[in-house]
Write a protein that binds this ligand. Structure first.
Ligand SMILES: NC(=O)c1ccc[n+]([C@@H]2O[C@H](COP(=O)([O-])OP(=O)(O)OC[C@H]3O[C@@H](n4cnc5c(N)ncnc54)[C@H](O)[C@@H]3O)[C@@H](O)[C@H]2O)c1
Length: 262
C-alpha cells in the first residue's frame, strides 16, 4: 500500500462518544416500528413519533420501560407546529436528532378518476410536505455538528406508478425521491447524508389493508417468491443510519424482491 495514503481497509470510521439520537416518524407499527427497534438495538436513543400514540407508546415501553433510551411522541406530521415541539422536546431531553427517518405516510389507493382534490392535498401533505418540513427542522443542527443521516421511505410506486397505489400516493413518493436528491446536494459537504429507500409489498398493516386479491397477484410476480418483512427494511435503514454509511448520499435503495430492477 502507498505509505502516503491512510489505511482504508480497517474500521477507521470514528464512533460517537454519546449515543446518537434517532427520530422515526410513523413508528407505531409496520416498517417504522421495525426501524425503531433495529436502531434501538444498535444502541441509538430512539424517539418514536406517531399520530396513533398507543402503538408508539407500547413499543417505546417495550424497548425501554424506564424511558431513558426510547420515548414516544404523539403528533401528526401534517402539523408542523406539533412536530417542531417534538423536535424541541427531544433536543431538551437528549440532543437534537442525529438521525431522521421520514417514514410516516398515508397509504392510499384509488383510480385517477375518483381521487378528490381534498384527498390529493391531504396525501401530498402527509407524505411529501412533511418530509420537506421535518428535514428542514432537523438538518440545521445536523449541519452545525457536521454529522447527520436522513432516510426517507419512498416506494416502488414513486418510481413506476402503482398497481395497488393511487396517483396521489405515487406522486408523493416520486416527490420524496427528488427531495432526497435536493437535500443530499445541499447537505453533502456538511457531513449529512440523505438517502431514500423504496420498498414494495412489505407485510405491514398498511399492505394488509389493501385489496387482498390485488396484493396476492402482486406478490405472485415477485422474483424472490414472497413479500418482504419490515425487519428487512429495518436492516437497510440501520445501515444507512450508521457511521459507515458516510459516503452514501442521494441514493435510492430498492427493496422489492426483484420486482423492479434498474
Ligand atoms: N408496506 C409496504 O409494502 C410499503 C411499500 C412501499 C412503501 N412503503 C412506505 O413505507 C412506510 C411505512 O409503511 P407501512 O406499510 O409500515 O405503513 P403503516 O400504515 O402500516 O404504518 C404507518 C405508521 O405511520 C403512522 N402515520 C400515518 N400517518 C401519519 C401522520 N400523518 N403523522 C404521524 N404518523 C402517521 C401510522 O399511524 C402508522 O403507525 C411508508 O412511508 C410507506 O409509504 C411501504
Amino acid at each position: 500500500m502507498c505509505p502516503s495514503l491512510p489505511d482504508t481497509t480497517g474500521s477507521a470510521v470514528p464512533v460517537s462518544a454519546t449515543p446518537r439520537v434517532a427520530l422515526v416518524t410513523g413508528a407505531g407499527q409496520g416498517i417504522g416500528a421495525a426501524i425503531a427497534k433495529r436502531l434501538h438495538g444498535q444502541g441509538l436513543r430512539v424517539a418514536l413519533l406517531d399520530k396513533n400514540g398507543d402503538g408508539a407508546a407500547a413499543l417505546a415501553g417495550e424497548l425501554d420501560p424506564r424511558g431513558e433510551t426510547a420515548l414516544s411522541f404523539h403528533a401528526d406530521v401534517i402539523d408542523v407546529g406539533a412536530v417542531r415541539n417534538v423536535v424541541r422536546d427531544i433536543t431538551a431531553t437528549w440532543n437534537a436528532p442525529d438521525v431522521l427517518v421520514n417514514n410516516a405516510a398515508a397509504t392510499a389507493a384509488g383510480s385517477v378518476w375518483d381521487i378528490g382534490l381534498e384527498e390529493w392535498d391531504a396525501v401530498l401533505a402527509t407524505n411529501l410536505r412533511s418530509v420537506f418540513a421535518l428535514t428542514r427542522l432537523c438538518a440545521g443542527e445536523m449541519r452545525r455538528r457536521h454529522w447527520g443521516r436522513v432516510i426517507n421511505l419512498a416506494s416502488l410506486a414513486g418510481q413506476q406508478g402503482g398497481a395497488l397505489a393511487g396517483a396521489h400516493y405515487s406522486a408523493s413518493k416520486a416527490g420524496v425521491l427528488v427531495l432526497t436528491k435536493v437535500f443530499a446536494s445541499e447537505l453533502a459537504a456538511h457531513g449529512v447524508t440523505v438517502n431514500a429507500v423504496a420498498p414494495a409489498a412489505v407485510l405491514t398493516p398498511a399492505a394488509q389493508a389493501l385489496d387482498p386479491e390485488a396484493l396476492a397477484r402482486t406478490v405472485g410476480t415477485i422474483p424472490v417468491g414472497r413479500a418482504g418483512l419490515p425487519s428487512e427494511v429495518g436492516g437497510l435503514v440501520a445501515y444507512l443510519a450508521s457511521e459507515e454509511a458516510g459516503y452514501v448520499t442521494g441514493a435510492t435503495f430498492d427493496i422489492n424482491g426483484g420486482i423492479h430492477m434498474r
